[in-house]
Design a protein around this ligand. Structure first.
Ligand code: AMP
Ligand code: ZN
Length: 110
């Protein structure tokens, strides 16, 4: 389901400024911020501003384009060009926050 905001969702609260984060970048459709518990020397989350539970339920092409533009920008500016891109989808596969997000992980910052 896609909605403007889910009141119980931590990434909705980060996107609307209710909860602080270390902002890395932003565009019309997405926001990028540091993961609070980094699993690599560079660990950035890139998150659509509008709530959807996971990437399969995000079916708006403008938002998908905005999300991927920000992923590419963050990967280009915050890593040395070598990185992993991961969308954990579903509890069994490690998703713990049910608001679509991409992990950008790298051993080396720029
Ligand atoms: P996932 O396990 O794929 O759902 O990823 C959720 C990620 O969100 C984890 O890597 C957490 O460390 C991260 N996280 C949880 N709460 C916050 C927060 N308030 N600010 C930044 N990152 C968070
Ligand atoms: Zn949300």
């Amino acid at each position: 389901m896609m909605r403007e905001e889910n009141l119980d969702c931590i990434f909705c609260k980060i996107a609307n400024g209710e909860i602080p984060s270390k902002l890395i970048g932003e565009n019309e459709h997405a926001i990028a911020f540091l993961d609070l518990y980094p699993k690599a020397p560079v660990h950035i989350l890139v998150v659509p501003k509008i709530h959807s539970e996971n990437i399969l339920l995000l079916d708006n092409s403008s938002i998908l384009t905005g999300l991927f533009e920000l992923i590419r920008e963050v990967a280009a500016t915050s890593t040395d060009g070598q990185f992993k891109l991961q969308f954990n989808t579903g509890e069994r596969e490690g998703q713990s926050v049910f608001h679509t997000h991409a992990h950008v992980l790298s051993q080396q910052s720029k």
